[in-house]
Design a protein around this ligand. Structure first.
Ligand SMILES: NC(=O)c1ccc[n+]([C@@H]2O[C@H](COP(=O)([O-])OP(=O)(O)OC[C@H]3O[C@@H](n4cnc5c(N)ncnc54)[C@H](OP(=O)(O)O)[C@@H]3O)[C@@H](O)[C@H]2O)c1
Length: 261
């Protein structure tokens, strides 16, 4: 991946990015490492450590569905590296289903992967950063919080709760200099997007190209995002360049959501 440096003042810091092996999470891990950070990318699959410019990515095996392990993850990073400057709360996406097709186990699974880890990791990171007197937490959320889409009830419901959670955390941690924000990506080209397109194509009897056209037709910029474009904004919000920004939600969707924020 070709990268330019943004000179954000993140060098020598330590970051944790969950769900960081592929897609948006991996792009964020790579961007933060490019800025000189040591990044723990935690997900079920692991890869070799990667040197990126002055920084590096350490790949740690972690299942966000394991609540005991998730409760200990932040402390493990601090034990290994001595501090924690940035935490990116990324999660896998839930099933795409019409509301009446969901059953209770779908809701429980979505809760256990989208909301519980966010609260566990946010609380643990907040406590560490309160002790340090600095740090930055970023929730990777979705425009579906602002504008729910067909089939997106599990995502929109639990992300709305996670969104409320990080706003409360932002208020409580602001007086001691810890910032908490969220980014809300719209359509972004990743494995998950490809899987959704294939599912819709099969369900609707359409081609992938027709499903792509449906996705981008409501995006004023006329395309979806690259994961690196989400990562650039996350790195900015994580950095000292965003030192007066907390409690905010940044929509990154090519202009698709036009509702007042
Ligand atoms: N792509 C979009 O258009 C879009 C738009 C808005 C919001 N989002 C949201 O952004 C998040 C990332 O999406 P993406 O498109 O980057 O997805 P993706 O390409 O499918 O990547 C998903 C990531 O989640 C990890 N993961 C899956 N299950 C896990 C588990 N149990 N424990 C730990 N890690 C796990 C995967 O790694 P392993 O398989 O190695 O565990 C992978 O790194 C999702 O919540 C998605 O809903 C995506």
């Amino acid at each position: 991946m070709k990268e330019h440096k943004l000179y954000l003042g993140l060098e020598k810091g330590v970051a944790l990015v969950t769900a960081g092996s592929r897609g948006i999470g991996r792009a964020i891990a790579h961007r933060l490492a490019t800025e000189g950070m040591t990044v723990v990318a935690a997900s079920r699959s692991v890869s070799e450590p990667e040197i990126v410019g002055d920084g590096r990515i350490e790949s740690w095996a972690h299942d966000l569905g394991d609540s005991d392990a998730t409760g200990q993850l932040v402390q493990k990073v601090v034990d290994e590296f001595g501090r924690l400057d940035v935490v990116v709360l990324n999660t896998p996406g839930p099933r795409i289903l019409p509301v009446l097709d969901t059953n209770w186990s779908d809701w429980q699974l979505a809760h256990d992967l989208l909301l519980r880890p966010v609260v566990q990791l946010g609380n643990a990171a907040g406590a560490v950063m309160r002790g340090q007197g600095e740090g930055s937490i970023i929730l990777l959320s979705s425009t579906w919080v602002r504008q729910p889409a067909p089939g997106g009830v599990l995502s929109a419901s639990y992300r709305s709760a996670a969104s409320a959670y990080v706003k409360a955390l932002a208020s409580e941690l602001a007086p001691i200099g810890v910032r908490v924000n969220q980014v809300m990506p719209g359509a972004t080209g990743t494995d998950r997007m490809q899987g959704i397109l294939e599912m819709k194509s099969a369900n609707n009897g359409t081609t992938i190209e027709e499903e792509v056209a449906k996705v981008v037709k409501d995006v004023p910029l006329g395309r979806w995002a690259e994961a690196t474009e989400i990562a650039d904004s996350v790195a900015f919000l994580a950095s000292p360049r965003a030192s007066f920004i907390t409690g905010t939600s940044l929509v990154i969707d090519g202009g698709a959501v036009r509702a007042a924020h």
